[in-house]
Design a protein around this ligand. Structure first.
Ligand code: CU
Length: 155
């Protein structure tokens, strides 16, 4: 075989290897992501249930579950108050639940809280496995993100 022919075959071979290499399983990919530094880990952890969390330009918020979190669906409630201690519901709040130890496996994606007739924000959270869980809260006013925080809890 000529030098040129050999180089061509080598090139073709490399191309084929690249093309037919099977894609990594999404399972192993999520584990890889979990082991790398994850941006979610940099989101500050909120204060415990029932405590006031300052919310810039608004006032503060308080969160709690409707029951001790356990397997099944629990309801996360968030109440937002302004500086005059009035309950307000003009913000949009999204919650994203997952297990930090296996990030991506139980990711709910961003789900909007719904405001009930008391002006409280409610979000169902599905607990499908015992272990450590988180809900990432994002508070928006229009397009502007006012606050992001993580609720951590164990089931
Ligand atoms: Cu899990």
């Amino acid at each position: 075989m000529s030098k040129k022919g050999f180089a061509f075959c080598l090139g073709l071979g490399l191309l084929l290897i690249t093309l037919v290499r099977p894609p990594a399983f999404s399972h192993s990919r999520t584990h890889q992501q979990a082991s790398l530094s994850n941006p979610a880990e940099e989101i500050p952890v909120v204060k415990p249930a029932g405590k006031k969390n300052p919310l810039s330009d608004v006032g503060y918020f308080i969160w709690e579950f409707n029951q001790t979190p356990k397997m099944g669906t629990v309801i996360l409630k968030v109440e937002v108050y302004n500086q005059k201690e009035e309950k307000v519901s003009h913000l949009q709040i999204d919650g994203r639940s997952d297990m930090p130890s296996m990030r991506g496996h139980h990711d709910s994606g961003e789900v909007a809280f719904k405001v009930n007739n008391q002006g409280s924000y409610l979000l169902p959270v599905n607990i499908v496995m015992p272990g450590d869980w988180e809900v990432i809260l994002t508070f928006r006013w229009g397009e502007k993100i006012l606050y992001r925080g993580r609720i951590l809890f164990k089931v």
